[in-house]
Design a protein around this ligand. Structure first.
Ligand code: IMP
Ligand code: MG
Length: 183
């Protein structure tokens, strides 16, 4: 099967499908080792984390459940306060929860979601993030399982979007500089 062609808005492939697959397998193996005999719940924030979650869940060789949160950011300058548009369906009280994120950038979103999840009383709560843009960090976020550290560049693919598009690319690609300037 031919790889989808690079969209015109993109500059280059940053992480190939093969590299992502290999790393997701490693993360799945680590989680499988660390969470044997626990009541594992994977929680993802829609919609960016969807593709990563689907592959990660299948790389974990343990019984687990999957739940979703959806949030919409408030206007810029609101200090990272986000509005929950879809809450969890399951009770995660006493469960071992891993928050699966596409990217941790400033860390404000994940920080807010973490405090929200803590309020549900999980037994443990860790973060698994595919991408870490650590140079942009504002809020301190402990990432227990990290896919890749990436430079400060807007990327699309493997769940990440530009105005709702390109989530279906099987790789992660950087945007062209002139496209980034128009964001
Ligand atoms: P935060 O700055 O860590 O709060 O990131 C919030 C959200 O911004 C992420 O969950 C993504 O949805 C989005 N985001 C951050 N960087 C990128 C990117 O490079 N491409 C697409 N979405 C991004
Ligand atoms: Mg997101």
């Amino acid at each position: 099967m031919a790889a989808p062609s690079l969209p015109v808005v993109c500059d280059a492939v940053l992480l190939s499908e093969d590299r992502i697959r290999q790393r997701v397998t490693e993360l799945g193996d680590a989680i499988t080792r660390d969470y044997a005999d626990s009541d594992l719940h994977l929680v993802t924030v829609l919609r960016g984390g969807l593709v990563f979650l689907a592959d990660l869940a299948r790389a974990i060789d343990l019984p687990l459940s999957i739940d979703f949160l959806a949030v919409s950011p408030y206007a810029p300058g609101r200090g990272g306060v986000v509005r929950v548009t879809k809450d969890l369906d399951d009770d995660i009280g006493g469960a071992s929860v891993i928050l699966v994120e596409d990217v941790v950038d400033t860390g404000l979103t994940v920080n807010y979601v973490l405090s929200l999840l803590k309020g549900h009383g999980p037994r443990s709560l860790e973060i698994c993030a595919l991408l870490d843009k650590d140079v942009r960090r504002i809020a301190e976020v402990p990432i227990a399982y990290r896919g890749f550290k990436i430079p400060d560049h807007f990327v699309v693919g493997y769940g990440l979007d530009l105005r709702g598009r390109y989530r279906n690319l099987p790789y992660v690609a950087t945007l062209r500089e002139d496209v980034v300037e128009q964001l």
